[in-house]
Design a protein around this ligand. Structure first.
Ligand code: MV4
Length: 670
């Protein structure tokens, strides 16, 4: 077994590999970009090497710099994690040339699975079922059109070189085929520099079911059962589970054996995943093979009781698989939810900033948290916005779903937007509970997955105002205890007025604007608030852990409130709410901010959809920015006129750059 390994990754996967290595007594070497100098994985490793500036292309993707660090550290092996260099065959070759073990498959196996068409041809020869289709070399329009007729509409056109859904076109009939083919080719060329396409029978409601396999150098291979990863958004997995619900034992075995056959066909070694599409009629078809450990591997670990990173280390060091197929079995059910710093209420725009608060449920036999960041860390645009993975296990799926719902209520993220409430809406959705899964789950149930609350309702405003009042009262009491003149009226926080009930205004701001909450101080220490829907008596107390016991209109609730500066994050039943306390003095300064449509993060302008002087309606798309491999549309915040367009297509813009000078029309809809 190795005595020292280098982890060529960051975030939660780096931390996860370090944990197993440490348990096995293996010394660990971390590499990091300048931006990650204080990151969790650096702190956890035995030693760490800076390898370059923040952009991944200048650090984590620089195989030469990673290898240089490995040589300096005397690491015998490199674990690539996932993403970055994990499926880079040239890097795996370079490791071998440097006599450093690449913890993963042989480079040729990576290459074999890299191209979709070549992979399919290999799988076909190995007897692995493929979707009926055409993936030959002749990609002339006339031949492809004939093949589409042969296959039968609807068909799916896919980029041969790509993945993740880029360049995919569903074609319902022959009349639409040529234009769809042209579009798919253009997108494939732009995304992968290769316009070759393949055609398949389109499966309308497939599930994404993938099989975890492991192979060792002796040629042995086993399957560690399957995962259902159908809950995806824009080809990014959101929730994964193992085993796949409602899979008959014979189908499970057939998929497992097909996956093992695929692995053996390419001389595989190490951890791998064979992805299948499972049709409604329970036929399964090879989709692609991933030649690395997957993000969602913990659900497999939970149901098999195994440590897949330990198996990777054993196999990479030349050892045999620890268990034979007949020694493997499924125990219970596990579900993973990916917690991302993205704003589910704003088109899942990645959210950057400092994690003011990061609470997780207590880990244990039923709950696991794989996190790569901690409170105080910054989520930046340089990397994938994953915060952590929450994985739960229980004796069966129903119990695991309940466990997931409960665990998600204890995940609190403040300082950046997160998808936690979106995850909760999925976990509590009847279709999810009923395991009614397919790859279009989120599309199909989109409306039922939208946030229930629109804006700050009375309960939110009352809770926030009460928190501010109690916070001020507590600060005033502390100040008077410290003050030489404890009875000074300046140390009061009860809105005291001569011959009158105490009064104050609490002004709060959110994306809908400002909310002024007039307060009257009651003699009994409570308050009476004037809210949009009427008066409300409130009282409560701040607990030592920052939680608020609020009694609103006689109903007692416990709410966790995080305060960072003027930002309040309220973790309410219906989800997290962010409000900003407006200090009346500074309020005026904010006026200058109106009319700004700033770039939410650095990126490139890929489309300007309006002209200067053009009248637009609220919500109309104005400019499209490409950042973090995704497109972000900047839309009109209200009815109005496009006054200035300082940038054109192809321009690079910094975070905060004014993309559009906008003038709201008088009284126009905002
Ligand atoms: C398909 C399909 C339906 N029919 N192939 C999406 C990207 C790549 N993983 C393959 N994908 C699909 N291929 C046929 N013949 C539907 C998808 C698909 C999908 C597959 C798995 C997980 C999520 C998906 C989301 C949309 C479409």
């Amino acid at each position: 077994m190795f005595s020292k390994i280098l982890i060529a990754n960051r975030g939660e996967i780096a931390c996860r590999v370090i944990r197993t290595a440490r348990r096995l007594g293996i010394r660990t070497v971390a590499v990091h970009s300048d931006a990650d100098a204080a990151a969790l994985h650096v702190a956890m490793a035995d030693e760490a090497y800076a390898i370059g500036p923040a952009p991944a292309a200048e650090s984590y993707l620089r195989g030469d710099l990673v290898l240089e660090a490995a040589k300096r550290a005397g690491a015998e092996a490199i674990h690539p994690g996932y993403g970055f260099l994990s499926e880079n065959a040239s890097f795996a070759d370079a490791c071998a040339e440097a006599d450093i073990v690449f913890i993963g498959p042989p480079p040729d196996a990576i290459r074999a699975m890299g191209g979709k068409s070549e992979a399919k041809a290999l799988m076909e020869r190995a007897g692995v079922p493929l979707v009926p289709g055409y993936h030959g070399d002749d990609s002339s329009a006339s031949l492809l059109a004939k093949e589409a007729e042969r296959i039968g509409f609807p068909v799916l056109i896919k980029a041969s070189a790509g993945g993740g859904g880029k360049g995919m076109r569903v074609v319902e009939d022959s009349g639409a085929f040529q234009s769809a083919l042209d579009g798919a080719r253009r997108e494939a060329k732009a995304a992968f520099g290769d316009e070759r396409v393949l055609i398949e029978k389109y499966l309308a409601r497939p599930r994404h079911v993938e099989v975890q396999i492991f192979a060792d150098r002796s040629g042995e291979a086993v399957y560690l059962f399957e995962r259902d990863c159908s809950i995806q958004r824009r080809h990014q997995k959101v929730i994964e589970e193992a085993p796949a619900p409602d899979l008959p034992a014979d189908l499970r075995a057939a998929m497992g054996e097909a996956a093992v056959a695929a692995a053996k066909a390419i001389g595989y070694e190490g951890a791998g995943t064979v992805e299948f599409l499972l049709d409604e009629d329970r036929r399964f078809y090879f989709m692609e093979m991933n030649t690395r450990l997957q993000v969602e591997h913990p659900v497999t670990e939970f149901i098999t009781g195994l440590d897949l990173v330990e198996w990777q280390l054993i196999v990479a060091a030349g050892g045999n698989l620890p268990l034979r197929q007949e020694e493997l079995s499924i125990d219970g059910h596990a579900i993973e939810a990916r917690i991302y710093a993205e704003d589910a209420d704003r088109g899942f725009l990645p959210s950057t900033g400092t994690l003011r608060r990061l609470d997780f449920p207590q880990a244990g036999p039923h709950v696991r948290i794989d996190a790569g960041v901690r409170a105080g860390d910054t989520i930046s645009v340089n990397y994938d916005p994953m915060i952590a993975k929450l994985i739960v296990w229980d004796r069966d799926r129903a119990a695991a779903v309940r466990r997931l719902e409960a665990a998600l209520t204890e995940v609190r993220v403040a300082g950046v937007a997160s998808n936690v409430d979106f995850l909760r809406r999925i976990a509590t959705h009847p279709a999810f509970r009923g395991a009614d899964l397919d790859t279009r789950f989120i599309d199909r149930h989109g409306d039922g997955l939208k946030p229930s609350r629109s804006g700050a309702d009375d309960a939110v405003l009352a809770t926030a105002a009460l928190f501010v009042l109690l916070d001020r009262k507590s600060a005033a009491e502390k100040a008077s205890r410290r003050s030489a003149d404890p009875w000074s009226p300046w140390n009061r926080a009860d809105g005291w007025r001569l011959n009158d009930e105490g009064r104050a205004d609490i002004t709060l701001r959110d994306e809908d604007g400002r909310h002024v909450v007039p307060v009257r101080y009651r003699r009994d220490g409570g308050y009476r608030l004037s809210l949009p829907r009427g008066e409300m008596p409130v009282e409560g107390a701040l607990e030592s852990d920052g939680a608020l016991t609020a009694v609103l209109d006689g109903v007692r609730k416990r709410v966790v409130v995080d305060r960072s500066g003027d930002m309040l994050t309220l973790f309410m039943e219906g989800g997290a709410c962010v409000l900003h306390l407006v200090d009346a003095v500074q309020a005026a300064d904010r006026e200058g901010g109106e009319g700004r449509l700033a770039a939410p993060m650095p990126g490139k302008i890929v489309a300007v959809l309006v002209a200067e002087g053009q009248a637009v309606r609220k919500g109309e798309a104005l400019v499209v920015l490409e950042a973090m491999k995704m497109e972000h549309t900047v839309a009109a915040p209200a009815d109005g006129t496009v006054a200035r367009l300082p940038f054109g297509v192809g321009d690079q813009v910094e975070e905060g750059a004014d993309l559009v000078g906008f003038e709201a029309s008088e009284g126009g809809e905002a």
